[in-house]
Design a binder for this molecule. Structure first.
Ligand SMILES: [Zn+2]
Length: 1063
């Protein structure tokens, strides 16, 4: 035979282009590799017969219910819809006798998502319709068909949504009227050798694409494919053997000993809600995980990781059979539960206690169901990471942290891949951000090479994690990915790759890489800064839930410890915390989901708040029922309970006390009787009557000769000009004017808010350039003292919105409160309130979980500038030597400080993915709190707490109440350390009558706090946040205070201390 020499070296680009043609399904597909893939395929009767039952409305019914319905015949090309509806297809399949001995697959593509069910109701595998990259159309019916197969019946649950919902572009709001076309349903047989060659060639093409001509492997790769194209004959199956012999030569060359080691882990990121509602997620979990169980069976070294205890709990509840199969594979070490938290939560908005509950619920679930806690805290997709996470993680038994999201930063490149992350209190954990910069990698050569090239700490550690598998809407690795990975494990030109448990990677690095660098403090995400503000109501409901549950748990625990008649509602409290934690998912509370998700979350919060209010009421009745509690109309006073750990003095408003007997003032706004609750003991009780207020220096409201509206008490004078701006604010004790000349506070600014792409997510730096100042249309004096003075300011906002503010000052406080109601109808605008203070500081201080962080007030560097909008919890503070002012809030998280101006972003109006985001009525509160001394010497933390946690009040008959044994008592008090906050009192999780008390150091210094309690306990221990003892402590009789007991708590800067008081 004459041999024709190949001259490919003289025309490599032609060869490469020919190869691309050879691999494509385009015009030459009859002679390309694709011509060989299918050996046989049949469709239609008698091999494939289809019937459908369409469920009514958007009902997602069970298998058992669906199969009892009436099915009607359908053909290929059937249209399913509209969006969010479900259609059950019954497929009767007859494998032809000529398929005997072959693997036979069902090809089913309804152009949307679906689940394959067995005739006896077992969920078998998920399918992803459509022609996207993430498509999955095949289900293996049998690995070897018999000579005479009986008819088989399968059910296909067709869900009318794509992997990414039903928007017309990725974040487009859902189209309610989408229909999906059923592509021809076929029984197919593939040629195994053609498939194997195809996978070889795909890997070769990726290597050729990624390498350059200066690599010998590029030339060897090209030579290989050149030879394959020469040897291949689409009409001769035997040519496949020759081709496979050629490719195997290339794959024989191994990578070197010192090559980078990639630890590959399959995953399918399933957003617990995002472009679809929670109920669809439950099905996505079953679809994705059943698919992965199939791959685990097929590929013996494959490992798959899944996070979020909530998703496992849903599987357990709705798919018990599948859950049992998952559990089996967990035991085998192939299916890996990971993360340790209830959901992959947002890490900006949730409180410190919410963080604790995420881990407590998560780790407990993993331990109870799978016998093990998670060592890796797993947040591939969350929008920024609080500086308190390392401490909380460690206190829950998690030592390792994984993310990749900071690769999305839009200003600065994060400089590390593998490093020690040091938290606010000095705790450190091992952090890895996979250098492939994605959690949805597709087992591609270029991504593996990126794992080396983009590894920023490769001088210290030659390992990396690689997360592959379709994700966000679920899916996970495909057969193709696993085929490619099996070819790339050890081949020259690529790093070494192995399937591994993430723990194996972290344990190895932890043990072998001693020189890792550290990163101190928060992992601020330089993107998605609008998520501190979008979906205002959700954020407010979260804050309300967090503090209401605090009241419930504290009051219930105290009542039970006092032996009152109350069954501690442990199960209901757990149920509610699970719901609160669920809504903290990283697309729900940040505001980046579709409208349907917020309809769900509103219902969830309504449930949480209603049930929590009921439990609070029950606890109050149990605790104070015999202390003179009576109907409001009969009340002659009020009993207040102070849940904070310091004494406090407030003006309280008691609604409905019709007689207002002896009242110095009835508040006009709601006809509530005002009283001064003076020096209410910490964690304790006081009876308050209207007549106690005589010695209070009155507050007043008046209009001065300059036309300013003035609110004035013993401590401050606040003057508002006709625009509604705070034109002057004087601390009377120091005669200090806080507003610089010509500047103002409470300036409402309406900014253009047009991000680059991610609408609900991003507030971009250029929004700062363009704004108009909104002026008041009217100001009126409402209350004139003596206990409370207030004015009402009406402000037209933009073209169609308006705001009403009640600004009030009480006789007993320096705090100026702003209660706001907004009728909000803007588009791509955001509303801010701005305060300029006569204070100079390079840093502003913002509250974070269990502490504070400081961020620059200038834009020296790009790192400073990138923080043009930052997250704060209950306050932001601007202080210099000797003085400062804090801005407090009840539900706002987006702050910024430039020079001496601090702003709070109050509302945004993005249009995708929720067209109606934040439209309509919004209400929120903020406040100004001036203080002598710098932040560290202030009571800002306490004041912000009080602004969010009102005194618990109940109407009482004064005569009975005064005789109550509880009058003036203090259940918990913290003394000798003004920097220590008692944050939580709750029952122990283990069902014992032990009480858990959580404190934290709030300002950043050591403390030696004395914790005194009136409740009778047998001892006390320090625990981790899973409530396991770590240290025994002394509980002694408190000096000179009857039966009280006390203990000393030594606490370090920003430390979270959990104590377990033994019943
Ligand atoms: Zn996500």
């Amino acid at each position: 035979m004459e041999t024709q020499m190949s001259y490919f070296q003289k025309h490599p680009d032609v060869t490469k282009s020919s190869f691309n043609t050879f691999m494509s399904k385009g015009q030459f597909k009859d002679v390309s590799i694709h011509a060989s893939i299918f050996e046989a395929r049949v469709t239609g009767s008698p091999n494939v017969e289809l019937e459908v039952y369409s469920a009514p409305e958007q009902e997602r019914m069970t298998f058992e219910h669906a199969v009892k319905q009436e099915f009607k015949p359908i053909e290929n090309g059937h249209s399913f819809g509209p969006s969010w509806t479900t259609h059950w297809v019954r497929a009767t399949l007859q494998i032809p006798s000529e398929f005997a001995g072959k693997e036979v697959r069902l090809l089913f593509n309804p152009s949307c998502e679906s689940m394959v069910w067995s005739a006896d109701g077992q969920p078998l595998q998920g399918l992803t319709g459509g022609d996207g990259n993430d498509r999955r159309h095949e289900f293996i019916l049998t690995s070897k068909a018999g000579a005479k197969e009986a008819k088989r019946i399968l059910y296909l649950e067709v869900a009318c949504n794509g992997m990414f919902g039903v928007g017309d572009y990725i974040i487009g709001p859902p189209d309610p009227n989408r229909y999906f076309t059923l592509q021809p349903v076929e029984l197919i047989v593939k040629r195994p050798k053609a498939c194997a060659l195809y996978h070889d060639l795909v890997v070769l093409s990726q290597i050729i694409d990624e390498l350059s001509k200066d690599s010998p492997r590029w030339w060897q790769g090209l030579s290989t494919v050149d030879k394959v194209m020469t040897a291949y004959d689409a009409t001769d199956e035997n040519s496949l053997d020759a081709c496979l012999a050629i490719t195997s030569e290339f794959f024989k060359a191994k990578t070197g000993d010192a090559a980078h080691q990639v630890y590959a882990i399959g995953n399918c990121h399933i957003d617990t809600a995002w472009l679809w509602p929670y109920d669809e997620t439950k099905r996505k979990i079953a679809r994705s995980w059943s698919t992965q169980l199939g791959l685990i069976e097929k590929y013996p070294d494959y490992m798959f990781a899944a996070s979020q205890a909530q998703q496992f709990e849903w599987l357990k509840e709705f798919y018990p059979g599948l859950f049992a199969r998952v559990k089996e594979q967990i035991k085998e070490g192939r299916f890996i539960p990971i993360g340790g938290t209830w959901v992959e939560m947002d890490c900006n908005i949730p409180s410190g206690e919410s963080f604790v509950r995420q881990f407590l619920l998560g780790q407990k679930f993993f331990e109870e169901n799978f016998g093990e806690r998670c060592k890796v805290f797993w947040l591939p997709d969350t929008f920024g990471y609080s500086s308190q996470l390392p401490q909380i993680m460690k206190l829950s038994g998690a030592e390792y942290f994984f993310t990749q999201k900071l690769s999305w930063n839009n200003i600065n490149k994060f400089p590390h891949t593998t490093f020690r992350w040091v938290g606010l209190d000095g705790s450190d954990v091992l952090c890895h951000m996979c250098p492939a910069e994605t959690y949805t990698a597709e087992a591609k050569a270029n991504q593996l090479i990126s794992s080396v090239k983009k590894h920023k700490d490769i001088g210290y550690t030659n390992e990396s994690l690689y997360l592959y598998g379709f994700g966000d809407g679920g899916g996970g690795p495909s057969e193709e990915m696993l085929e490619r990975l099996s070819r790339m494990k050890n081949v020259d030109a690529l790093p070494k790759v192995k399937h591994a448990h993430p723990n194996e990677f972290y344990d190895y690095v932890s043990k072998n890489s001693k020189d890792l660098v550290t990163w101190n403090g928060e992992l601020y995400f330089e993107l998605h800064r609008g998520t501190y503000t979008s979906q205002a109501k959700t954020k407010k409901q979260n804050r309300q839930s967090e503090y209401l549950l605090r009241d419930v748990e504290m009051l219930s625990a105290i009542a039970r410890s006092l032996g009152k008649d109350l069954v501690y509602p442990a199960a209901e409290i757990t149920r509610l915390w699970k719901l609160v934690c669920l809504n903290q998912f990283h697309d729900v509370i940040p505001g980046s989901s579709i409208e349907m998700v917020y309809e769900d979350s509103d219902k969830i919060y309504a449930d949480v708040l209603e049930s929590a209010r009921d439990m609070k009421e029950n606890a109050i009745v149990a605790l104070f029922g015999d202390s003179g509690m009576c109907a409001t109309e009969q009340a002659t006073g009020t009993l207040v309970f102070n849940s904070t750990s310091w004494p406090r003095t407030d003006v309280v408003a008691v609604p409905g006390m019709s007689q207002g007997l002896g009242a110095q003032q009835v508040r006009k706004q709601d006809q509530a009787t005002l009283m001064v609750a003076a020096s209410v003991p910490s964690g304790g009780v006081q009876i308050v009557s209207p007549v106690n207020d005589a010695n209070v220096v009155p507050v007043s409201a008046y209009c001065d000769s300059n036309g300013h509206f003035v609110l004035e008490n013993l401590y401050v004078t606040a003057k508002f000009n006709a625009s509604g701006h705070l034109a002057s604010f004087v601390d009377r004790r120091m005669e200090r004017e806080l507003i610089p000349k010509g500047r103002a506070g409470n300036v409402m600014r309406l900014h253009d808010d047009v991000p680059i792409f991610w609408d609900a997510w991003d507030i971009e730096i250029n929004h700062l350039h363009k704004f108009s100042v909104m002026d008041a249309s009217s100001i009126t004096i409402i209350d004139e003292g003596p206990l409370l003075a207030s004015i009402a300011i009406e402000i037209p906002v933009g073209k169609s919105s308006k705001m009403k503010q009640y600004v009030s000052l009480s006789a007993v406080s320096l705090r100026l409160d702003f209660d706001c109601d907004v009728d909000w109808h803007e588009s791509h605008k955001c509303l801010k309130t701005a305060f300029t203070w006569d204070i100079r500081s390079k840093f502003a201080t913002y509250e974070t979980q269990y502490g504070v962080v400081q961020r620059p007030t200038h834009r020296n560097t790009t790192w400073d500038m990138a923080k043009f909008e930052v997250c704060a919890h209950k306050f932001g503070d601007l202080s210099e030597f000797g003085y400062g002012v804090a801005l407090l809030n009840d539900s706002k998280y987006g702050y910024a400080t430039l020079d001496s101006t601090m702003t709070i972003t109050l509302l945004r109006s993005p249009k995708s993915p929720d067209t109606n985001c934040d439209m309509g009525h919004q209400s929120f509160r903020y406040a100004v709190y001036p203080h002598q001394g710098s932040f560290n010497e202030s009571r800002v933390v306490q004041e912000a707490y009080q602004f969010n946690v009102p005194l618990v009040q109940l109407p009482v008959d004064m005569q009975v109440a005064a005789a109550s044994e509880l009058q003036g008592s203090s259940f918990f008090a913290v003394s000798d350390a003004p920097n220590v906050v008692l944050d939580m009192v709750k029952a122990a999780e283990d069902g014992s009558h032990d009480v858990i008390v959580r404190l934290y150091e709030a300002y950043g210094g050591h403390g030696k706090a004395v914790l005194t309690t009136k409740l009778a306990f047998g001892g006390v221990a320090k625990t981790n946040i899973l409530e396991e003892q770590t240290e025994s402590l002394d509980l002694k009789a408190a000096a000179g205070s009857g039966k009280d007991q006390s203990m000393v708590v030594n606490i370090k800067p920003f430390e979270v201390v959990t104590l377990r008081f033994k019943a």
